[in-house]
Write a new protein. Structure first.
Length: 282
């Protein structure tokens, strides 16, 4: 008999990237609702204060196959199943694509895209066996509307959207749902991590004259952002509901920015170039 998510009062929820921001807020919210939560991070000690009978912190690096296998094995051994996977782990690096170090690009793709798929591949066999499950993948509105100085991150989130659409069709016969989250601005540490290495573009760069635009881009998502606890509440409502939506857009600009993607290309390019000071190079 097929097990429907709505038939199970307590779900076993595995969340990646829980040390800060969205992942941490989702772990706390799921625990508050009585779910059995496995919150993971590369440094699980950052989650120690959250641990109790409903929340277990586990080490997990989504770029390490052995780490993934160990984490999934611990969840299934302790809880017997995995009902929900939330692929939240992600990294960012700001800067012009023509000068962005390739190791930074590879790190973004390996974490945001390959890491997401690796987690899916590790969890789907368990969900397929129980004929039920939900997979939540973190995309972004910038995967719909690419912006200057964040091209690698935008590309990674666009890839997550596309993978999720194909995945949804492939896992549906096993009773597995796929939800793509496309946040706008939500309070997080993403601006800090994105801006960590941008000083290299302040001099000896084709873009040093518009370094202010690169700085502006790193802070863009944190301009009047949605609070993470409010974001987590709405996501939890969807994930734990009787029917999961295909897509959710929440956060500052989550509705406006995708509409801008439908503007004529030239108009969109001019608007974004001005927003991030690229017009000053002409």
């Amino acid at each position: 008999m097929k097990l429907h998510m709505a038939d199970t009062k307590q779900r076993v929820v595995l969340i990646t990237g829980c040390s800060t921001g969205i992942g941490r807020a989702l772990a706390v919210e799921m625990r508050r609702r009585g779910q059995r939560v496995f919150a993971t991070a590369r440094k699980p000690e950052t989650l120690a204060e959250l641990e109790d009978e409903l929340l277990t912190a586990l080490p997990l690096d989504v770029t390490d196959p052995e780490s993934i296998a160990a984490a999934v094995a611990q969840v299934t051994e302790r809880a017997g199943r995995i009902d929900v996977l939330i692929n939240n782990a992600g990294v960012n690096a700001a800067g012009p694509l023509a000068e962005l170090p390739l190791q930074s690009f590879r790190r973004i793709m390996e974490t945001n895209v390959t890491g997401t798929l690796a987690m899916v591949q590790a969890v789907v066999p368990h969900m397929a066996q129980q004929r039920a499950g939900r997979i939540v993948n973190l995309g972004s509105v910038v995967g719909i509307l690419p912006t200057p100085f964040a091209g690698a991150y935008c590309a990674s989130k666009s890839a997550v959207h596309t993978l999720s659409e194909a995945l949804r069709m492939e896992v549906a016969p096993f009773g597995i749902d796929v939800l793509v989250l496309q946040p706008g601005g939500v309070r997080s540490s993403i601006a800090d991590t994105a801006g960590r290495d941008i000083a290299r573009f302040a001099s000896d760069s084709l873009y040093s004259a518009v370094f202010s635009g690169i700085e502006k881009r790193t802070r863009a998502s944190q301009e009047d952002p949605m609070e993470t606890d409010a974001f987590a509440r709405e996501v939890a409502d969807a994930v734990l509901g009787a029917r999961v939506p295909r897509r959710m857009r929440l956060g500052t600009g989550a509705r406006l920015l995708p509409t801008l993607a439908h503007l004529p290309g030239r108009v969109r390019d001019v608007a974004l170039s001005r927003r991030f000071d690229l017009h000053k190079l002409r």
